[in-house]
Design a protein around this ligand. Structure first.
Ligand code: NAD
Length: 248
């Protein structure tokens, strides 16, 4: 279906939004599957699995160091889609949860408040022994040490790799069960469990909408599916002007 203009988000009380790499593409951060499953010219198995880390930790540290430095570069900024979500959240009177698969911090930089990073965060590292998190803006490697153990232990990127358990799953599943609107933005629908959220929310009665550049792998489970760029579709859908008119 393609009449998403008939859904007014302010008509709902409990909204869950899921974002993927596509929402940050127009900010200059490459998506995961942009070219044949390569992520910035690396095989996913090499840089996004525990096995890849065990086999060649230096390569994995270097890969995330490069992603982090790129994210911190002055040219990378939140785009109109990140900003529209943050503005909508500020003016919305109901419950709004933003679940992101992204490891960048562009939602926070745009002003989003209630954000769960289910696949971790580039600007954090984690003690391999205790799991304690450290804010990280500098490069790390196998010589980097935690600040929580004695003697200090090694740290790793705070990224959920393939084969590891995503974060905040209990909170997310509870929110999906209570949602009356679920919106997926810029995600290919290939990575589970996130790719299953639309069907889950739909089973609990939520209206489901996807906004994505291409046809996603799970398009058929959505009530509405609209193709286009996030910077055009998201401000159009999450429009605070429409919201104000509705509430007024
Ligand atoms: P994906 O790369 O599998 O899919 C991205 C989707 O975004 C595609 O379906 C594509 O059609 C769509 N897209 C591309 N440009 C778009 C645009 N301008 N507007 C709207 N849609 C657009 O990414 P995924 O589904 O998020 O899953 C991959 C994993 O990659 C995630 O787990 C995430 O952790 C990781 N990742 C994160 C980032 C980031 O933090 N920005 C970047 C790359 C990969």
């Amino acid at each position: 279906m393609n009449e998403f203009n008939t859904i007014i988000p302010s008509g709902y009380n409990n909204i869950v939004v899921l974002t993927g790499a596509g929402i940050s593409a127009e900010s200059g951060i490459k998506t995961f599957r942009a070219s044949d499953g390569l992520w910035e010219q690396h095989r996913i198995e090499d840089v996004a699995t525990p096995e890849g880390f065990a086999a060649n930790p230096q390569q994995v540290y270097r890969f995330y160091n490069q992603r982090r430095q790129h994210l911190l570069g002055h040219q990378i900024k939140p785009n109109a889609a990140h900003i529209a979500l943050a503005e909508f959240e500020r003016s919305f009177k109901g419950h709004f949860l933003l679940v992101t698969q992204n490891i960048d911090n562009l939602h926070e930089r745009a002003g989003s408040q209630n954000v769960l990073h289910m696949h971790g965060e580039l600007l954090k590292s984690r003690c391999i022994q205790s799991g304690q998190l450290l804010e990280t803006i500098r490069d790390i490697d196998d010589q980097s040490r935690c600040q929580c153990c004695n003697p200090a232990k090694g740290i790793r990127p705070h990224i959920v790799w393939f084969g590891e358990m995503p974060l905040f799953m209990q909170q997310i599943e509870q929110a999906l069960s209570q949602a009356d609107l679920f919106v997926s933005i810029g995600t290919s629908g290939n990575v589970y469990p996130a790719a299953g959220f639309a069907a889950q929310a739909g089973l609990f009665g939520a209206t489901t909408l996807e906004l994505n550049l291409d046809t996603s792998a799970n398009q058929s489970v959505f009530d509405y599916s609209v193709q286009g760029r996030a910077t055009e579709l998201v401000p159009q859908f999450f429009n605070p002007h429409t919201f104000t008119e509705q509430k007024g």
